[in-house]
Each structure stands twice: as C-alpha cells, then as structure tokens.
Design a protein around this ligand. Structure first.
Ligand code: FE2
Length: 386
C-alpha cells in the first residue's frame, strides 16, 4: 500500500500571511479573482481591506458575499451566477469553513452543468478553477483539504464532496485573523479540529505521514484550546490552534474522518447545530464505543493529549481518554442535543434518516470499529441521553 498525499501548492503560515494575496496571485499567474465571503466578514471590514490591497496592485476583482452557515447548494448557485458574469480565473475564499467550502464548490461547478448532488461522494471532482483560501477560524482545516460539505437545498442532506478539484491551490494561514474570535466559536471550531486529528489517527486509512501530523495537532489543541477560549488575544494559543487546524485538515484529508463526522453531518443538516458542536456532542460516546477496534491507537491519542501518562497501560489510557474528552467538552460547555434545544420527539422521528445519511456518507466504514445501522441508531439514542 502506498499513501496518497495531496496538499495545496502554496502554504503560507504565520502572522500577516493573509496580506500576501497579491504576491501569491502573481506567483500563480492569476489575474482576476472572485472573492467569496459572508456578511459577518464584510461587516468586520476585512473584505474591503483585501480588495484595497488587490486594487493597489492592479488586479481586477469582484465579490460574492452570499455565503450562509451550513453552506447550501442554493448559495453555490447564487455564487455561480456572479462568477459567470465575469472572466474570473480563480476564486478567493475569506472566512470560516462555510466560506471556503462555498468558494470551492463555486470553483468546481464553474464548468459543470448537473446539480451539485450529482457530484457528491462516491463520485470524485478532480478539476475546477483554482481556489486560494484565507481561513478566519481555527477549525475546519478546509484550506488544506480536498473536501467540501454542501447542504443540498432540496433534500437538506449535508453532502460530502471530494476530489483534487476541491484542494485549494494556495492557503494563507494567518492566526491574527482569529484574535477576535468569540469564546463559543473558538471552542466549536477547535473541537472540530480535534475530531479531525483524532479521527484521522484512528481511521482505517491512516498512514505514517498523517499519523505524525494528527498527533501533533492533538497535542497542541488540548494544550491551548482552553486558553484560546478564555484569552481571545493570547497570540501563542491562537497561533498554536491555527496551525493545529491546518494540520487537522491535512491529516483527515489524506487519511479520512470516521464515525464522529459521519454521524455529525446529519445532526447539523437537520437541526442546524454548528458543525464543531455536533461533532463534540458525539466525541466521547462514539470514541468509547470505537476503542475496542483500535485500543493501541486510541491510547496513543490519550498520551499525545496528555490525558494519560506515558507509563499507563492501553486500557488505563483509554479510560482516561474517554474521561478526558468528557471533561474537555464539559469545560467548553458542549450541550447535549436536548440542551441545545432539539425536540425529543423530532430526534426520535429522525433516527432512521440520520442513520441512513451517516451510512451513505461512507465515513463509518473508515471507523476502527464498523457499526451496523442499528448500532448507529443506538449511539444517537445514547448521545441524546447524556
Ligand atoms: Fe469537520
């Protein structure tokens, strides 16, 4: 078996990296970007700043600001309409995972005619306009993945789309953009990164390169996530979390996510739970259920995160892992689905649909312990009960 590793062609990481867009466009011989973001980022004035930098360097550009949370195929269609009005040769994403995934979808749909759902996994999308990603959250790692998650507006399914066309050609990873991030967003996006790293490490598709990256990300996240939440301007914590988010993206994109993400997407799609939060709701219970499939690997995770001692047996380390994840979620005020406000009856009614969508995503098959439909349903029940 050989590992297949895909990365952006250019990765600029560190303070001020977001100011390098004109230089990076020049390097890639790109002339006319369409900038994609949401109203929140526009309100911060960051899009204006980016556009001023581009204008000063003589780039022709325009903007699409219709990105929505849990990005939809309808928003992608609206962005495509803007793209097709001009002669754009690339798409620049400025924002969190929603902006980056919307930009990726617009870029790959530029020369495709079928609805987005036609191209979802297991199909592969291997070409499209180049995407330059500038993340403003330390979370999805989408700036370094060949994946995008788009909710189908008709069916409400969170569709996983994958392929080389969805890998940004360049990513400008600037932790200074996260210094203002509020507590809840910092926690949710950081927990998403933690799930990426943990799932990539225990995945059946894990490989030697993603292992090292995933472990480094887990160490950094458990060291810094509480500080980043409590001290929004702590540069050391923000820098570590931003790097870990990109590492998490690289790790899972070149390995895979597993059962947590597989079960999380349907919760997000049906109940509009922020992505990192729906992962976090599942994190401890799904991990506890999965450990028997790869006890040594999970013990490695516990030790990497400092939740277990190096000298602990795997069994002890795994007990400490589940306890440590529960404590982390408690410290970060992760609600149960009921506490989030989901109706108990609606949850019960949607068990079949969520289970089917989880299975259809393919992610459960990469889990170290592969669940049946009934076991997934049981896990959804268990998560409700906590
Ligand atoms: Fe994620």
């Amino acid at each position: 078996m050989t590992a297949n590793i895909n990365l952006p062609r250019i990765l600029r990481i560190g303070a001020g990296a977001s100011r390098l867009l004109p230089e990076v466009l020049d390097k890639l011989n790109l002339k006319q970007p369409l900038l994609v973001t949401d109203a929140f980022i526009v309100g911060l004035g960051w899009l204006d700043t980016l556009e001023t930098q581009l204008s000063e360097k003589g780039f022709s550009h325009s903007r699409f600001t219709g990105v929505v949370p849990d990005p939809t195929s309808a928003a992608v269609t609206a962005g495509l309409a803007v793209l097709r009005q001009g002669e754009y040769d690339c798409v620049v994403a400025l924002g969190g995972g929603s902006s980056i995934d919307t930009a990726k979808a617009i870029a790959v749909m530029a020369h495709r005619d079928q609805p987005m759902r036609h191209y979802k996994v297991p199909n592969s999308i291997d070409d499209g306009l180049p995407v330059i990603a500038i993340p403003t959250t330390a979370g999805t790692g989408s700036e370094a993945t060949r994946a995008a998650v788009i909710t189908d507006t008709d069916s409400q399914e969170k569709m996983l789309c994958m392929g080389l066309g969805l890998m940004p050609i360049a990513a400008l990873v600037d932790f200074e953009l996260t210094l203002s991030m509020p507590w809840r967003l910092t926690a949710d996006t950081g927990l998403d990164s933690l799930c990426h790293a943990l799932e990539a490490y225990v995945s059946k598709k894990a490989n030697a390169l993603t292992d090292t990256i995933a472990l480094a990300a887990m160490t950094a996240i458990n060291t810094h996530i509480r500080t980043a939440c409590q001290q929004p301007d702590n540069r050391e914590a923000r820098e570590a979390m931003m790097l870990a988010a990109t590492q998490g993206g690289i790790a899972f994109s070149n390995s895979s996510v597993t059962l947590i993400h597989g079960m999380s997407r349907p919760i997000g799609a049906l109940y509009h739970v922020p992505h990192g939060l729906s992962n976090a709701m599942l994190l401890a219970d799904v991990t506890a259920w999965s450990i028997s499939g790869a006890p040594t690997r999970y013990a490695d995770c516990a030790r990497a995160m400092g939740m277990a001692e190096l000298r602990d047996s795997d069994t002890t380390a795994n007990q400490k892992l589940v306890a440590g994840l529960r404590l982390l979620c408690s410290d970060l005020k992760v609600p149960s689905p009921g506490e989030f406000g989901i109706d108990a009856h609606a949850w019960q009614q949607s068990l079949e649909l969520m289970t089917q969508q989880a299975l259809d995503s393919g992610s459960p098959n990469n889990n170290p312990r592969i669940p049946s439909a009934a076991e997934i349903k049981d896990l959804y029940q268990k998560v409700w009960g906590n």
